[in-house]
Design a binder for this molecule. Structure first.
Ligand code: BDR
Ligand code: CA
Length: 314
């Protein structure tokens, strides 16, 4: 069955790979909504339009959204994604304008229009989703569920010792998402960092003449530089594509449920997603219970990268 999704993104390098993957692997994109995160919301919105143009998906509506987190100042990650959010590779930006600038309102409108049909896929900070929950408390009943890239359950963070970027950029919004009664599939660094891009995949992207691969290869170079500094070898982690892959085909992984919360204190651990790994229970237990998330147990990395290559024509 085709996954119909609203993709909430902060389009930087791996968000772009996720969009490319979604387009090729049969997702039906009802809309893209954009948040602050990797870059400011205006840049992220332009990048989303640019990638959709590349994919011939100019009819997918794009809505700009939150320009800052709920309860802390804006911080962005140009040092990882480039000043333009697409690796400063000289990509020609889209000349199109977003359809609107009230992402949270559009999320509510879309799910009311098609109750029970849409999956929310969040690959940036959760501000837009948090605002949508505040506007429409029945949001959890109106969607199939939410798949989000975020957190680092039981592994190091990538912004602070424990903080992963998407949760750390708006901890209060993330807590709103966890508190709601819906199936929250959390694809965190515990899963994505275990699946860095293999050398052979990089080689095939580099060699491919497909415009999607050319775009990916050009925009990835700074991202590869950044991972080389942390991992000590030239690779990168397409976090967001992995989350989208599981939203489209949950059978690429097995799961378990854990109780979880976000550290919202003002100390050094602010923005950490804490999962209670002492009491992890196999699915099915009730993944829709407030404060319970699903995390990935085993992930089929080989099949994922086969599909990544297919999506890039590489
Ligand atoms: C997440 O943060 C952003 O930098 C990436 O786009 C991804 O969504 C990884 O921690
Ligand atoms: Ca992202």
């Amino acid at each position: 069955m085709t996954t119909q999704m609203i993709l909430d993104c902060d389009t930087g390098v791996d968000d772009a790979l996720a969009l490319i993957y979604a387009a090729d692997q049969g997702a039906r994109l009802r809309a893209c909504t954009v948040t602050h995160g990797n870059v400011g919301v205006e840049v992220g919105t332009r990048n989303t339009l640019t990638v959709l143009d590349l994919l011939g998906l100019g009819t997918v509506p794009v809505y700009a959204g939150a320009s800052r987190p709920l309860a802390q100042p804006l911080e962005t990650s140009e040092h990882v994604h480039g000043q333009d959010g697409l690796g400063d590779a000289g990509v020609e930006p889209s000349t199109r304008q977003p359809t609107g600038d009230l992402a949270a309102v559009e999320i509510v409108r879309s799910v009311r229009e098609a109750p029970g049909e849409l999956t929310l896929v969040a690959i940036g900070p959760l501000t837009n989703i948090g605002l949508a929950l505040l506007l429409e408390p029945r949001l959890p009943e109106l969607v199939c569920g939410i798949v989000l890239m975020g957190g680092a359950v039981g592994v190091p963070g990538n912004v602070t010792e424990l903080g992963e970027a998407n949760i750390w950029h708006d901890p209060e919004a993330a807590q709103l998402v966890l508190d709601a009664a819906w199936d929250v599939l959390v694809v965190g660094l515990e899963t994505t960092m275990a699946a860095p891009m293999p050398d052979e995949v990089l080689r095939r992207i580099e060699r491919s003449a497909d415009p999607r691969a050319r775009f990916a290869w050009a925009t990835m170079q700074g991202y590869l530089d950044s991972y080389e500094q942390t991992l000590g070898r030239r690779t990168c982690v397409p976090h967001d594509a992995l989350a989208v892959a599981l939203a489209i085909d949950p059978d690429l992984a097995t799961y378990r449920c854990v109780e979880a919360f976000v550290e919202t204190g003002r100390g050094r651990t602010r923005g950490a997603l804490v999962g209670d790994l002492r009491r992890s229970v196999p699915v099915p237990s009730d993944p829709t219970a407030p404060g319970v998330i699903r995390i990935v147990d085993r992930f089929d990395t080989d099949e994922f990268y086969r599909r990544v290559l297919a999506s890039l024509g590489a």
